[in-house]
Design a protein around this ligand. Sequence first.
Ligand code: CTP
Length: 448
Amino acid sequence: MKRVITYGTYDLLHHGHINLLRRAKELGDYLIVGVTSDSYDRERGKLNVRNNVLERVEAVKATGFADEVIIEDYIGQKIDDIQKYNIDIFAIGSDWEGKFDYLNEYCQVLYLPRTEGISSTQLRAESMSATTIGIIGCGRVASRFPSEAAIVGEVTISGCFDINIDKALRFASDSGVKAFDNLESLIDSSDAIYIATPHLAHYPLIKQCVAARKHVLCETPMVLKKEQAEELFALAEENGVVLMEANKTAHCPAFNHLMVMIKSGMIGQVVDVEASLSKLWDDDLSLREFDASQAGGSMYELGSYPLLPIVKLMGLRYENLNLYSRITNGVDMYTKGVFHYPYATCSFKVGLGVKTEGNLVISGTKGYAYVPAPWWKTDYFEFRYEDQNQNKKFFYKWDGSGLRYEIQEFVSCIINKRFATTRLSRRESIFMAEIMERFAERKNFITL
Ligand code: CTP
């Protein structure tokens, strides 16, 4: 029996795929089709695949040509599969001509004619015009946005606006986008808005954009009051638009995988989470980050990052939270928070004026997860056990400044009309606003 294998993403399955699968099947008696996993596609830079892996597998099965469908999840798997499944022929479209010659060592390699004039890329582009995103707030944070958005594809930047027109003009000339001198015109010219202004401007801006039926991606912390977060998410839903908090750790591939592995019991029951993040800032106390009237300080600046693993793993229902801060000129240069959950404790440390070891340690009844600094944009973590032979290390890809992952999820929510992302749910965003509010109200608060 002649066994054939072929691989692909098979997004938005089209007649080019069907022709290829038919030709591959005709080469032998048994056809195995490898469909790429979502994480593997992301890893190799395919960020805008529309169908998830289950949908793509179902589509391939429905062609009736595959005798078996497998998932391709890592580089080098093709060699493993060819040996494992005793393959005679590896077949792939002619767009890959020469790229898989190295497999000749293991089986026959055939490049089959590609069907002209059709591809998933083309279908994705035709099915939806690009989402135009306008940028409000032309500071440091926003500067990475245009280049990262360009990588995602299906996104164009409509322009930028800043209350300081010089800043907008500088941003425009650096990044090649158009500067608007009028906020309403920018909002009118965009399908969606990315807000990267100082924290206190977020609430009124989100309200304005959402009321104009524009999707909004807002920098973290989105707002500093629970009620405001609830109101804005309700308003977004009423207006049929996506509102998402831009917490880049929530979209980090390694972080996401760490969360699901822990939830599936890799370290037993979680009993403690410790997360720390510090960024010793310039001594220039006139900066916004040190200005109490502009919601400066460590907690507002950094707090939503360590709160993320805590709320993801332990949920919303803590019993108590104690906060400890070192305050200078009305802003916290350092804050430590200790949560008591029914069966666990969690603590976080954030510092603009105190340096901490910025790692994440999650302790469980069977072992612990260790993520070294900078855990908030990590490409690596470890599971450690009493028996060191059981320890496991995991490595991932983290490209650029990582913004591409959150932009991609934002655009995917818009295209697929998903009003919320599981990577940072609305309830989790509201939880973060609630903690910021407790901090502002100085609840269970001790000054150091
Ligand atoms: N293929 C083909 N003819 C086409 C498109 C794809 O023969 N017009 C083949 C590819 O060469 C590959 C398989 O179908 O062997 C799966 O390819 P995949 O990358 O999933 O499809 P594309 O449409 O090329 O996807 P994309 O545009 O995202 O690269």
